[in-house]
Design a protein around this ligand. Structure first.
Ligand code: 5AD
Ligand code: SF4
Length: 480
């Protein structure tokens, strides 16, 4: 999944099978969900599972025994889509093994490709867009009756606020909460406004309710999710009327504070921030509460003003530096990560060098770096030409990956000799005698298991590191 480690990678799209075990027999049908792309998609799969478990489905991690296979897809870059299409071709084997099985496509590709996948490619029986998951039970019934079903309608209101997500493939310690859906920003490279529709915020009451329930179940960390959390805004009364000027409107800072106040034992993270909308108020709230993690993902995309303008990002290089300065002034220990696109339309060596220089000045703790991939319908596809040659894109990408690796190593090395509070998330993949967890800066730390359990907070003295992992010994375990 994204944003969970320090992997400097060009392509972060991966699929994860998600599973819950259930003793109930229900309708006797088994559901397999696979999710690709961003954290929002993983959170959406948990809503889908909730809707279908209410209908009597149980989930399985083995697609070969599934009656329904749902693939929650991502359209952000062309290679993400290609990977999903290959996966759907593989699933045709299930149709041979179990002729009655239903294969469905959910999410961003569903909205983008609509019925093409049913009519032309004949890869799926069902296509359901991100705002239409409530119609899944009825669409599945039609599909079982042999009728191919599509619902990709986007909504201005749907937030699934009343649906309690089923936590899938989960460590029981950290969970996502969607606080808003869609995006109104229209960055010129981005397909999200077309696949996920208009921005809408979710009722803060329902967010707090969900966070409280997680807390009662023993969760210790929640990540508030939105395409642009800084534009979260709730200005609707309980009666559904727009709040008059002067009455309380809940903005992102207000929401963060409400969640932080639930319990000092509950850690709060959020993603994604937008440089043009990230306010001093949000940063002040972060600084005020220890349980709001000191980590900000602040995508810059480019370090050149002409390119930023072409990308329609709504800020300049100077504005971005100002936001970084403010973060560091208020929270000197705050980790900062970013997203970079290289090879955007008309990007010259000079433009690219400014991105390189910006990275070198800021020294991000982590970065996700991508080659520009032209997406249908976007402003860039309609107005500009994808004219940076592939070999130039590859060369630039490799250079910034190398640069970022040195910065990541530098920031991990700065932790050596220090003590970090780490929330234990589970057993280390490398050894069952060791545990792993993350510090407030989102860095993974590994240490001996001893008598410790997941969900505990421990103070770890960091003794060594790589550019992606801290190693240390536990010196204090009293914050349980
Ligand atoms: N090409 C390459 N990268 C893209 N991203 C979004 N759209 C594209 C595209 N067309 C990247 C941006 C964004 C991240 C989620 O994906 O950096 O912040
Ligand atoms: Fe896409 Fe820009 Fe919205 Fe992010 S803020 S989802 S990059 S349009």
């Amino acid at each position: 999944m994204r944003y969970t480690g320090n992997k400097v990678i060009e392509e972060d799209i991966q699929g994860d099978a998600t599973l819950i075990e259930s003793e109930e027999v229900g309708n006797g049908k088994k559901l397999y969900i696979e999710s690709y792309g961003c954290q929002m998609n993983f959170a959406d799969s948990e809503i889908v599972a909730s809707i279908l478990i209410d209908e009597g489905y149980t989930t399985t991690a083995n697609y070969k025994e599934a009656d329904v296979i749902l693939v929650n897809t991502c359209s952000i870059r062309d290679n993400a889509e290609k990977r999903v299409l290959n996966r759907l071709r593989n699933y045709q084997i299930v149709k041979k093994l179990r002729p009655g099985a239903i294969i469905g496509m959910l999410g961003c590709m569903a909205e983008r490709l609509k019925s093409q996948l049913i009519e032309k490619d004949k890869l799926v029986d069902l296509v359901v867009g991100p705002d239409a998951y409530r119609s899944l039970p009825s669409l599945l019934k039609s599909a079982e009756g042999g009728q191919k079903s599509v619902n990709v309608l986007l909504s201005r209101e749907e937030t699934y606020a009343d649906i309690s997500p089923v936590r899938l493939d989960n460590n029981g310690i950290s969970a996502f909460i969607s606080i808003m859906r869609g995006c109104d920003n229209m960055c010129s490279f981005c397909v999200v406004p077309f696949t996920r529709g208009r921005e809408r915020s979710r009722d803060p009451e329902s967010i707090i309710h969900e966070a409280r329930e997680l807390l009662l179940k023993g969760y210790k960390e929640i990540t508030l999710l939105g395409q642009n959390v800084d534009s979260y805004k709730w200005n609707i009364t309980a009666k559904g009327e727009i709040i008059e000027p002067g009455e309380e409107v809940v903005n992102f800072s207000g929401l963060l504070e409400k969640v932080a106040l639930l319990s000092p034992e509950l850690r709060i993270r959020f993603s994604t921030s937008h440089p043009k909308d990230m306010t001093d108020e949000v940063l002040t709230t972060m600084a005020k509460y220890e349980n709001i993690c000191k980590y900000i993902h602040l995508p810059v995309q480019s370090g050149n003003n002409e390119i930023l303008q072409k990308m329609n990002r709504g800020y300049t290089r100077e504005w971005y530096f100002d936001r970084i300065d403010k973060i560091r002034q208020l929270m000197p220990d705050c980790a900062i990560s970013t997203d970079i696109i290289i090879g955007f339309c008309d990007e010259t060596d000079e433009h690219y060098n400014e991105t390189f220089k910006l990275m070198d000045e800021v020294k991000f703790d982590f970065a996700y770096m991508f080659k520009y991939s032209e997406r249908p319908k976007t402003l860039a596809e309609r107005n500009f030409s994808d004219n940076v040659p592939e070999d130039v894109k590859s060369k630039r990408l490799q250079q910034i990956i190398d640069l970022q690796s040195s910065h990541s190593l530098r920031s991990y090395k700065q932790m050596v000799g220090k003590v970090c509070t780490v929330l234990i998330e589970g057993e280390s993949k490398r050894s069952s005698d060791q545990l792993y967890g993350r510090n407030t800066q989102n860095m993974v730390a590994i240490f001996d298991k001893d008598e410790l359990k997941k969900g505990q907070y421990v103070d770890v003295l960091i003794e060594s590191c790589t550019s992606a992992t801290l190693f240390g010994k536990v010196i204090k375990t009293d914050k349980n």
